[in-house]
Design a protein around this ligand. Structure first.
Ligand code: SME
Length: 149
């Protein structure tokens, strides 16, 4: 099962940046119909670009801005069927039409978000959110989240 494969890929004794790089690659290759997968790390009210797969992306996003900033501020998973209808959506890749963003939370504080884009409208649903929540839980438990950037 994909989640077992993911769990075995994440190595607690390795640096978090290495694990996030493998996590982005794993999701990019295992999920279908995906154009971008990556992490933004929260520091001082700003999300900074972390390990990712796909085209180059925005280096920083202010808390509360875009889909990622909305997720980080609200601590709520964002499932966006059509990014062009999301107020304030930040278009890093003009090919992106749908997006899902999940928070990674330690001690009730958001430390990072997992962001996934697709060129297909309505690409993400509640099942994707459940699977990706498990991915985020594994990263929460197995990685260290202090001083990442
Ligand atoms: N679309 C995101 C920005 C990051 S890129 O999708 C990689 C947003 O609105 O926050």
């Amino acid at each position: 099962m994909i989640i077992d494969m993911f769990e075995s890929l994440i190595d607690e004794s390795s640096p978090t940046v290495s694990n996030l790089a493998n996590a982005a690659s794993f999701l990019y290759n295992e999920l279908t119909d995906i154009s971008w997968v990556g992490f933004y790390i929260l520091k001082n009210q700003t999300l900074y670009l972390g390990p990712f797969m796909g085209k180059p992306a925005c280096l920083r996003i202010a808390l509360g801005k875009g889909v990622c900033g909305t997720c980080a501020e609200s601590k709520q998973i964002q499932i966006v069927p059509n990014v062009h209808k999301f107020p304030g959506h930040i278009a890093c890749d003009s090919a992106s039409n749908a997006e899902i963003v999940l928070p990674i939370i330690i001690d009730e504080k958001v430390v990072a978000v997992l962001d996934i884009d697709s060129a297909s409208f309505n690409r993400f649903n509640d099942n994707d959110a459940l699977l990706l929540q498990k991915v985020c839980e594994i990263l929460q438990h197995k990685c260290s989240w202090s001083n990442l950037c």
